[in-house]
Ligand binder design. Structure first.
Ligand code: PLP
Length: 410
């Protein structure tokens, strides 16, 4: 819970232009009202259980457990959500809130395009107009996602300002919101940004942790010793962690995108390396990868969904309080963990989720067989086929792409 006006320790807050104050007040009121109304959560659960495969199961990774010879490894299957990741939890929740507020249009920012596809899906289902802001470079890199957003009825606006990537898309979405406040809701994609977004997004994602706490006790006969989740903005991590925050014996581990590693300048690690500093940007205060003048730095990760300069203020505070431990996984480690998980369990985690698997694999062997590890598989990896096939340097895949290109040229 935020201490006041969206602060978590010294992080968070609500840094917005005067013109948006009334809109945020309206949103905060609608959110508080929905939270206090049990029928709202019931409607949310009903929707998620008929539209998005909730409750998602927990799978025992028996082969990996045997290979690693330590703790028993369990996986929470957020990959089974509609549109392939935990992002559905957030957008469908915000969609119901938009209906409650009587608005008819949603906008969103997207980097890799996953949040854009999830938002466009929600808009199609609930009957809203939808505009997605996306950096021009990302539009070029993520054609399959742009294709689906457009089929789902969204207008995709390529942003040509600045570095033409995610942070410019966020600025453009705020600009749209200022102009269309009365009709429009900005469906922010992770537990970042100005209050109430960190709290609101975490609240919708808490469905993961609530389910997981009950399921793991049923399946493993006890609470987990350690819970692992990857951290981009922080929403899937906060979702699963929320189920165990009060359980002192449960260690919570967030895994950031180590990219090319510490000191490389090519990563997206805010908390577990020394490269970030505290600042205010995009409406809130947290650790940002920025230079001395507060200019945001270029980040890198093999997993597009973790490639972000800031981190949830709630996680920044839990890090400072020592409640969540942060680690980083490099691109190479991630590809190895992905290959191993696919081969041994037949599970295909997203490259983002594979970060959590890396750290769990490092720690499981030194734990005992009566201990329990729970990994949040935030999304499914078949979306990553272009990146993964490249990383595996698969010659048959290359021939296939070449042949496709030739067919189009002809
Ligand atoms: C977007 C995404 C993430 C990162 O977002 P968080 O807000 O940190 O959860 C992680 N995993 C998958 C599969 C994603 O699509």
């Amino acid at each position: 819970m935020p201490e006041s006006r969206g602060y978590y320790g010294r992080f968070g807050g609500l840094y917005i232009p005067e013109i948006l104050v009334a809109t945020f007040d309206e949103l905060i009121r609608a959110f508080e009202d929905a939270k206090a109304d049990p029928s709202f959560w019931a409607e949310y659960e009903a929707l998620m259980s008929t539209y998005s495969c909730r409750p998602t199961p927990i799978t025992f990774a028996g082969n990996l457990t045997e290979d690693l010879g330590g703790a028993r490894i369990y996986v929470k299957r957020e990959d089974l959500n509609h549109t392939g990741a935990h992002k559905a939890n957030n957008v469908m929740g915000q969609g119901l809130l938009v209906k409650r507020m009587g608005k008819r249009r949603v906008i969103a920012e997207t980097g890799a395009g996953q949040h854009g596809v999830a938002t466009a899906t929600m808009a199609a289902k609930l009957g809203f107009e939808c505009t997605i802001y996306m950096g021009e470079i990302d539009v070029e890199r993520q054609r399959p996602n742009v294709f689906w957003m457009e089929r789902l009825g969204a207008t995709v606006v390529p942003v040509t300002e600045g570095s033409r990537t995610l942070k410019d898309a966020i600025n453009e979405a705020f600009r749209d919101w200022v102009t269309n406040m009365d009709s429009t809701h900005y469906a922010l994609g992770t537990a970042c940004g100005p209050h109430p977004f960190p709290e609101m997004v975490s609240w919708f994602q808490s469905i993961i942790g609530t389910e997981a706490r009950e399921q793991i006790q049923q399946i493993a006969g006890r609470l987990p010793d350690r819970v692992y989740a990857c951290v981009g903005g922080g929403s899937n991590a906060l979702g699963i962690f929320s189920g165990f925050l009060e359980d002192e014996g449960v260690e919570l581990v967030g895994v950031e995108a180590g990219g090319h590693g510490a000191g490389s300048g090519r990563h997206a690690v805010r908390l577990s390396y020394d490269d970030a500093s505290v600042g205010v940007a995009q409406g809130y205060k947290t650790w940002f990868l920025q230079d001395r003048d507060g200019q945001m730095q270029h980040t890198h990760s093999v997993a597009a969904g973790l490639d972000y300069v800031g981190v949830s203020p709630i996680l920044a505070d839990l890090h400072e309080k020592g409640r969540v431990r942060f680690e980083a996984a490099t691109d190479t480690e991630v590809i190895d963990a992905l290959a191993r998980t696919v081969r041994r369990e037949g599970l295909i985690p997203a490259l983002e989720s594979a970060h959590a698997f890396v750290q769990a694999f490092k720690e499981a062997p030194s734990m005992s067989p009566d201990q329990v590890i729970l990994i949040n598989q935030s999304g499914r990896g078949d979306k990553d086929i272009f990146t993964v096939a490249d990383a595996f340097d698969d010659p048959k895949w290359k021939a296939f792409i070449r042949e496709k290109a030739r067919a189009y040229d002809a």
